[in-house]
Ligand binder design. Sequence first.
Ligand code: NAD
Ligand code: ZN
Length: 251
Amino acid sequence: MLTLEEFAGKIRQSGDIVVFTGAGISTESGIPDFRSPGGIWTRYRPVTFQEYMSSETARIEAWKRRLDGWEQHKNAKPNVGHYFVQSLDAKGKLIGLITQNVDGLHSEAGLPDDKIVELHGTNRKIICLECGRSYDPDAIIKRLVGDFASPKCDACSGILKSATVSFGQAMPEAAMRRAQEWTEQAEIFIVMGSSLQVQPAASFPVVAKRNGALLAIINREPTPLDDYADFVHQGAIGEFCGRFGEMIADG
Ligand code: NAD
Ligand code: ZN
Protein backbone atom coordinates (compact mmCIF):
# COMPACT_ATOMS: atom_id res chain seq x y z
CA MET A 1 0.00 0.00 0.00
CA LEU A 2 1.36 3.44 -0.98
CA THR A 3 1.50 6.29 1.52
CA LEU A 4 -0.29 9.54 0.72
CA GLU A 5 3.02 11.21 -0.16
CA GLU A 6 4.01 8.33 -2.45
CA PHE A 7 0.62 8.47 -4.19
CA ALA A 8 0.99 12.24 -4.68
CA GLY A 9 4.42 11.59 -6.22
CA LYS A 10 2.92 9.14 -8.72
CA ILE A 11 0.24 11.67 -9.70
CA ARG A 12 2.86 14.40 -10.16
CA GLN A 13 4.78 12.15 -12.56
CA SER A 14 1.88 10.72 -14.56
CA GLY A 15 0.18 12.07 -17.66
CA ASP A 16 -2.14 9.09 -18.09
CA ILE A 17 -4.77 9.22 -15.39
CA VAL A 18 -8.34 7.92 -15.60
CA VAL A 19 -10.87 8.90 -12.93
CA PHE A 20 -14.00 6.85 -12.29
CA THR A 21 -16.77 8.45 -10.22
CA GLY A 22 -20.06 7.43 -8.62
CA ALA A 23 -22.84 9.10 -6.68
CA GLY A 24 -20.47 9.73 -3.74
CA ILE A 25 -18.72 12.60 -5.51
CA SER A 26 -22.00 14.52 -5.71
CA THR A 27 -23.34 14.06 -2.16
CA GLU A 28 -21.37 17.14 -1.05
CA SER A 29 -23.28 19.04 -3.75
CA GLY A 30 -26.50 18.02 -2.03
CA ILE A 31 -27.50 15.15 -4.32
CA PRO A 32 -28.15 12.00 -2.28
CA ASP A 33 -26.49 8.73 -3.33
CA PHE A 34 -28.40 5.46 -3.58
CA ARG A 35 -27.16 3.22 -0.84
CA SER A 36 -26.33 5.52 2.07
CA PRO A 37 -29.03 6.05 4.75
CA GLY A 38 -31.60 8.49 3.35
CA GLY A 39 -30.47 7.50 -0.15
CA ILE A 40 -32.91 7.24 -3.03
CA TRP A 41 -33.42 3.47 -2.68
CA THR A 42 -34.79 3.95 0.80
CA ARG A 43 -37.66 6.09 -0.60
CA TYR A 44 -38.39 4.82 -4.12
CA ARG A 45 -38.19 1.48 -5.80
CA PRO A 46 -36.56 1.54 -9.22
CA VAL A 47 -38.86 1.41 -12.27
CA THR A 48 -37.40 -0.93 -14.89
CA PHE A 49 -37.25 -0.01 -18.56
CA GLN A 50 -39.79 -2.72 -19.41
CA GLU A 51 -42.27 -1.37 -16.82
CA TYR A 52 -41.71 2.16 -18.08
CA MET A 53 -42.52 1.15 -21.65
CA SER A 54 -45.58 -0.92 -20.82
CA SER A 55 -47.31 0.82 -17.94
CA GLU A 56 -48.63 4.38 -17.56
CA THR A 57 -48.72 3.86 -13.77
CA ALA A 58 -45.02 3.02 -13.77
CA ARG A 59 -44.23 6.08 -15.93
CA ILE A 60 -46.12 8.36 -13.57
CA GLU A 61 -44.27 6.82 -10.63
CA ALA A 62 -40.94 7.51 -12.37
CA TRP A 63 -41.92 11.14 -13.10
CA LYS A 64 -43.04 11.67 -9.48
CA ARG A 65 -39.65 10.54 -8.29
CA ARG A 66 -38.01 12.86 -10.82
CA LEU A 67 -40.20 15.74 -9.67
CA ASP A 68 -39.24 15.07 -6.06
CA GLY A 69 -35.51 15.39 -6.69
CA TRP A 70 -35.73 18.09 -9.36
CA GLU A 71 -35.11 21.28 -7.37
CA GLN A 72 -32.23 19.62 -5.56
CA HIS A 73 -30.64 18.54 -8.86
CA LYS A 74 -31.30 21.81 -10.61
CA ASN A 75 -29.67 23.92 -7.93
CA ALA A 76 -26.72 21.61 -7.31
CA LYS A 77 -23.28 23.08 -7.98
CA PRO A 78 -19.99 21.23 -8.53
CA ASN A 79 -17.82 20.75 -5.42
CA VAL A 80 -14.11 20.37 -4.63
CA GLY A 81 -14.15 16.78 -5.95
CA HIS A 82 -15.45 17.77 -9.39
CA TYR A 83 -12.96 20.65 -9.55
CA PHE A 84 -10.13 18.31 -8.55
CA VAL A 85 -10.86 16.10 -11.59
CA GLN A 86 -11.05 19.20 -13.80
CA SER A 87 -7.68 20.36 -12.44
CA LEU A 88 -6.05 17.07 -13.48
CA ASP A 89 -7.21 17.77 -17.02
CA ALA A 90 -6.03 21.38 -16.86
CA LYS A 91 -2.57 20.01 -15.96
CA GLY A 92 -2.69 17.73 -19.03
CA LYS A 93 -2.78 14.60 -16.86
CA LEU A 94 -6.24 13.22 -17.58
CA ILE A 95 -7.02 10.64 -20.26
CA GLY A 96 -10.66 10.86 -19.33
CA LEU A 97 -13.37 10.69 -16.70
CA ILE A 98 -15.79 7.78 -16.56
CA THR A 99 -18.86 8.49 -14.46
CA GLN A 100 -21.92 6.59 -13.34
CA ASN A 101 -23.54 9.90 -12.44
CA VAL A 102 -26.27 11.51 -14.47
CA ASP A 103 -26.16 14.95 -12.82
CA GLY A 104 -23.85 16.73 -15.29
CA LEU A 105 -21.72 18.28 -12.52
CA HIS A 106 -18.35 17.23 -14.03
CA SER A 107 -19.22 19.16 -17.15
CA GLU A 108 -20.39 22.12 -15.09
CA ALA A 109 -17.00 22.13 -13.33
CA GLY A 110 -15.43 22.86 -16.72
CA LEU A 111 -14.30 19.41 -17.83
CA PRO A 112 -14.68 19.27 -21.63
CA ASP A 113 -17.33 16.89 -23.02
CA ASP A 114 -14.78 14.86 -25.00
CA LYS A 115 -13.11 13.94 -21.69
CA ILE A 116 -16.36 12.62 -20.15
CA VAL A 117 -18.07 9.27 -20.55
CA GLU A 118 -21.49 9.11 -18.87
CA LEU A 119 -22.11 5.37 -18.52
CA HIS A 120 -25.66 5.85 -17.28
CA GLY A 121 -26.61 8.77 -19.50
CA THR A 122 -27.75 12.17 -18.29
CA ASN A 123 -30.78 13.67 -16.64
CA ARG A 124 -29.99 17.07 -18.16
CA LYS A 125 -31.90 15.96 -21.22
CA ILE A 126 -35.25 14.34 -21.91
CA ILE A 127 -35.73 12.37 -25.13
CA CYS A 128 -38.59 10.97 -27.17
CA LEU A 129 -38.16 7.19 -27.38
CA GLU A 130 -40.01 7.23 -30.72
CA CYS A 131 -38.40 9.99 -32.83
CA GLY A 132 -35.35 10.87 -30.73
CA ARG A 133 -36.27 14.54 -30.33
CA SER A 134 -34.65 16.02 -27.23
CA TYR A 135 -36.18 18.37 -24.67
CA ASP A 136 -34.97 20.62 -21.89
CA PRO A 137 -36.08 18.99 -18.60
CA ASP A 138 -37.30 22.29 -17.17
CA ALA A 139 -39.92 22.68 -19.88
CA ILE A 140 -41.25 19.15 -19.44
CA ILE A 141 -41.21 19.09 -15.65
CA LYS A 142 -43.23 22.32 -15.48
CA ARG A 143 -46.11 20.39 -17.09
CA LEU A 144 -46.27 17.85 -14.27
CA VAL A 145 -48.91 19.41 -12.03
CA GLY A 146 -51.86 17.91 -10.19
CA ASP A 147 -53.06 14.54 -11.44
CA PHE A 148 -50.75 14.53 -14.44
CA ALA A 149 -50.49 12.04 -17.29
CA SER A 150 -46.96 11.03 -18.34
CA PRO A 151 -45.55 13.59 -20.80
CA LYS A 152 -45.61 12.81 -24.55
CA CYS A 153 -43.62 14.14 -27.50
CA ASP A 154 -45.00 17.32 -29.11
CA ALA A 155 -43.91 16.10 -32.53
CA CYS A 156 -45.00 12.44 -32.58
CA SER A 157 -46.80 11.73 -29.26
CA GLY A 158 -44.10 9.17 -28.42
CA ILE A 159 -43.16 8.30 -24.84
CA LEU A 160 -40.69 10.76 -23.26
CA LYS A 161 -37.99 9.59 -20.87
CA SER A 162 -34.94 11.16 -19.25
CA ALA A 163 -31.81 10.31 -21.21
CA THR A 164 -30.63 8.04 -18.41
CA VAL A 165 -30.04 4.29 -18.49
CA SER A 166 -32.71 2.45 -16.49
CA PHE A 167 -32.52 -1.03 -15.04
CA GLY A 168 -33.28 -3.46 -17.84
CA GLN A 169 -32.03 -1.03 -20.49
CA ALA A 170 -28.87 -1.81 -22.48
CA MET A 171 -25.67 0.06 -21.60
CA PRO A 172 -24.79 2.63 -24.30
CA GLU A 173 -22.33 0.87 -26.60
CA ALA A 174 -20.16 3.80 -27.65
CA ALA A 175 -19.76 4.95 -24.05
CA MET A 176 -18.82 1.46 -22.89
CA ARG A 177 -16.24 1.09 -25.67
CA ARG A 178 -14.66 4.44 -24.89
CA ALA A 179 -14.55 3.68 -21.16
CA GLN A 180 -12.90 0.33 -21.89
CA GLU A 181 -10.25 1.97 -24.13
CA TRP A 182 -9.40 4.65 -21.59
CA THR A 183 -9.24 2.06 -18.82
CA GLU A 184 -6.75 -0.03 -20.80
CA GLN A 185 -4.55 3.04 -21.40
CA ALA A 186 -4.53 4.18 -17.76
CA GLU A 187 -1.29 4.36 -15.82
CA ILE A 188 -3.24 5.49 -12.75
CA PHE A 189 -6.92 4.66 -12.22
CA ILE A 190 -8.69 6.57 -9.45
CA VAL A 191 -12.13 5.55 -8.11
CA MET A 192 -13.99 8.32 -6.25
CA GLY A 193 -17.32 7.88 -4.47
CA SER A 194 -18.53 4.55 -5.78
CA SER A 195 -19.58 1.54 -3.74
CA LEU A 196 -18.33 -0.63 -6.66
CA GLN A 197 -21.21 -3.01 -6.04
CA VAL A 198 -22.85 -2.72 -9.44
CA GLN A 199 -21.63 -4.14 -12.73
CA PRO A 200 -20.17 -3.02 -15.01
CA ALA A 201 -18.88 -0.33 -12.60
CA ALA A 202 -16.84 -2.76 -10.60
CA SER A 203 -15.18 -4.29 -13.65
CA PHE A 204 -13.31 -1.17 -14.84
CA PRO A 205 -10.91 -0.92 -11.89
CA VAL A 206 -10.16 -4.63 -12.25
CA VAL A 207 -9.36 -4.24 -15.96
CA ALA A 208 -7.12 -1.24 -15.21
CA LYS A 209 -5.19 -3.10 -12.55
CA ARG A 210 -4.77 -6.17 -14.77
CA ASN A 211 -3.30 -3.89 -17.42
CA GLY A 212 -0.69 -2.70 -14.95
CA ALA A 213 -2.32 0.51 -13.71
CA LEU A 214 -1.92 1.78 -10.20
CA LEU A 215 -5.36 1.57 -8.56
CA ALA A 216 -6.50 4.18 -6.02
CA ILE A 217 -9.86 4.23 -4.22
CA ILE A 218 -11.26 7.24 -2.38
CA ASN A 219 -14.56 6.39 -0.71
CA ARG A 220 -16.24 6.93 2.65
CA GLU A 221 -17.05 3.25 3.09
CA PRO A 222 -14.96 0.18 2.33
CA THR A 223 -15.40 -1.30 -1.16
CA PRO A 224 -14.99 -4.91 -2.31
CA LEU A 225 -11.80 -3.89 -4.20
CA ASP A 226 -9.93 -2.18 -1.34
CA ASP A 227 -7.61 -5.15 -0.78
CA TYR A 228 -6.77 -5.14 -4.46
CA ALA A 229 -5.88 -1.42 -4.60
CA ASP A 230 -2.48 0.31 -4.28
CA PHE A 231 -3.85 3.30 -2.41
CA VAL A 232 -7.05 3.56 -0.35
CA HIS A 233 -8.40 6.62 1.43
CA GLN A 234 -11.50 5.98 3.51
CA GLY A 235 -13.11 9.37 4.03
CA ALA A 236 -14.92 12.31 2.50
CA ILE A 237 -13.93 13.31 -1.02
CA GLY A 238 -14.10 17.07 -0.41
CA GLU A 239 -11.80 16.98 2.57
CA PHE A 240 -9.35 14.64 0.79
CA CYS A 241 -9.24 16.60 -2.47
CA GLY A 242 -8.75 19.90 -0.66
CA ARG A 243 -5.54 18.63 0.94
CA PHE A 244 -4.40 16.43 -1.93
CA GLY A 245 -4.94 19.13 -4.54
CA GLU A 246 -2.33 21.24 -2.74
CA MET A 247 0.12 18.35 -2.52
CA ILE A 248 0.14 17.89 -6.30
CA ALA A 249 -0.21 21.59 -7.15
CA ASP A 250 3.39 22.10 -8.17
CA GLY A 251 3.58 18.86 -10.18
P1 NAD B 1 -23.59 4.17 -4.45
O1 NAD B 1 -24.69 4.94 -3.76
O2 NAD B 1 -23.72 2.73 -4.60
O3 NAD B 1 -22.23 4.45 -3.70
C1 NAD B 1 -21.80 5.72 -3.36
C2 NAD B 1 -20.59 5.56 -2.46
O4 NAD B 1 -20.07 6.84 -2.21
C3 NAD B 1 -20.91 4.92 -1.12
O5 NAD B 1 -20.03 3.82 -0.92
C4 NAD B 1 -20.65 6.04 -0.10
O6 NAD B 1 -20.01 5.57 1.06
C5 NAD B 1 -19.71 6.94 -0.85
N1 NAD B 1 -19.83 8.36 -0.50
C6 NAD B 1 -20.96 9.08 -0.37
N2 NAD B 1 -20.66 10.37 -0.12
C7 NAD B 1 -19.29 10.44 -0.07
C8 NAD B 1 -18.36 11.49 0.15
N3 NAD B 1 -18.77 12.75 0.38
N4 NAD B 1 -17.04 11.19 0.13
C9 NAD B 1 -16.61 9.93 -0.11
N5 NAD B 1 -17.45 8.90 -0.33
C10 NAD B 1 -18.77 9.16 -0.32
O7 NAD B 1 -23.38 4.91 -5.83
P2 NAD B 1 -22.73 4.36 -7.16
O8 NAD B 1 -21.58 3.49 -6.86
O9 NAD B 1 -22.55 5.53 -8.02
O10 NAD B 1 -23.87 3.46 -7.81
C11 NAD B 1 -25.23 3.79 -7.78
C12 NAD B 1 -25.91 4.25 -9.07
O11 NAD B 1 -26.71 5.37 -8.76
C13 NAD B 1 -25.07 4.74 -10.19
O12 NAD B 1 -25.38 3.92 -11.23
C14 NAD B 1 -25.57 6.16 -10.56
O13 NAD B 1 -25.98 6.17 -11.92
C15 NAD B 1 -26.78 6.36 -9.77
N6 NAD B 1 -26.91 7.66 -9.06
C16 NAD B 1 -26.42 8.82 -9.57
C17 NAD B 1 -26.50 10.03 -8.85
C18 NAD B 1 -25.94 11.29 -9.44
O14 NAD B 1 -25.94 11.46 -10.65
N7 NAD B 1 -25.40 12.18 -8.60
C19 NAD B 1 -27.09 10.03 -7.59
C20 NAD B 1 -27.61 8.83 -7.09
C21 NAD B 1 -27.49 7.66 -7.84
ZN1 ZN C 1 -41.22 12.11 -30.83
